[in-house]
Write a protein that binds this ligand. Sequence first.
Ligand SMILES: Cc1cc2nc3c(=O)[nH]c(=O)nc-3n(C[C@H](O)[C@H](O)[C@H](O)COP(=O)(O)OP(=O)(O)OC[C@H]3O[C@@H](n4cnc5c(N)ncnc54)[C@H](O)[C@@H]3O)c2cc1C
Length: 396
Amino acid sequence: MGEPKYVVQCRSVKDVVEGLAFARATGEHLVPRGGGHCFAGRSSTDGIVLDLSGLDGISVAADGTATIGAGARLAGVYSALHTVGRTIPAGCGPTVGIAGLTLGGGIGLLGRKYGLTCDHLIGAQVVLADGSVVECDQNREPELFWGLRGAGGGQFGVVTVLRFATLPEPMATYLVARLPGTAAEEVVSAWQTWAPDAPDDLTVKLVVASEPGLPLEVTLIGASLLAEGPTRELLQEFVEPSALDLRRMPYSLLKEAFDDPRGLPAIRLRSEYFSQSMTPGTVTALLGALDGADGRRELNLHAMGGAYNQVAEDATAFAHRNERFLLEHVGAVCDPWVDDSWRIAHPEGSGRVYPNFPDPALDDWAAAYHAGNYQRLKAVKQTYDPDRFFDFNQAV
Ligand SMILES: Cc1cc2nc3c(=O)[nH]c(=O)nc-3n(C[C@H](O)[C@H](O)[C@H](O)COP(=O)(O)OP(=O)(O)OC[C@H]3O[C@@H](n4cnc5c(N)ncnc54)[C@H](O)[C@@H]3O)c2cc1C
């Protein structure tokens, strides 16, 4: 794909409507861009990029409803909500766009307690392909509203405003523990059976990383809504007390503590959900393949369960409500290990893939991203975008 022919910097809904009219008149392919972080490059095109970053206003009403412009990024969202003592369960990358994150689901450190970001969406304003501006929620355009909660961005229209039910911002315990690389096999096996069933107050991600010439890094990273003492007790089967760094702080500061000052490396990511633990043989094979000379490689294991799974699979477009964990294989863009590692784990995976981690190499992407919700999503597409004005590889 070449450079975009046009980048339309939108500052109002009118700009969005005019951008769409221009695309219809010229026949140019148009894609909306929020934070610009799509792993499959879907917020770029050689036609028109509709850059929504100027639509980043955030306000919170007395009843706690947050109205957030579709160009806002997570750091801005957390800090604006913090000033009024509120938050939403959302992701970690500070520059990730609230729109892309929410439209594909939204996994984060409060998710096991409070669910996906999209589970807290209560309404949205959308500009449709024909230029009409619609409000949607449970009562108005309910099928569009259903489709916006978890099918992935860029499918049905350009979202200009998102409305969320917020939560009181909790105090949280930041937790990081570095474990010996020699314990990797044991830790992965124990984590799989423990983290998805841990109390919902506790979200612990496991990162196993290799860099050429260095020992394997095994790190537990997470957040607990419990105080330090009970958090330490819950983690004692994995971690010597001396290896555990625990700090109590408001949730928005905990998010900042996990921001990576090195910025974003060019990476490739493949992933899959697991509804049961991997067998010891697969864990051994994954760890054996991790070591190599092609730069940093990471296996990231995200615990699901909890509130993620307390919503029916068809209640929103997000279909993955029965999974125990998500395994990411992250490596350098050209590192063949990403595919090799994915293939090692795949036979034991559930075949489901998080729509916010799009994977162009999937054979049956419709089943992987949308499972039993796919036919209903196709009907939403037919109603709201019958001419496929919004289109990309693997679009509904
Ligand atoms: C550093 C980093 C950290 C991440 N951390 C997390 C995390 O903690 N949790 C998690 O769940 N995910 C995480 N992700 C994945 C992230 O959720 C997705 O990459 C998400 O799609 C990014 O949204 P965006 O707005 O930044 O990206 P964009 O590339 O702008 O958009 C993503 C898709 O949504 C479409 N889109 C964007 N805006 C709109 C709109 N207003 N209306 C309609 N369609 C739109 C785009 O066309 C594109 O198809 C992370 C990604 C990165 C790179």
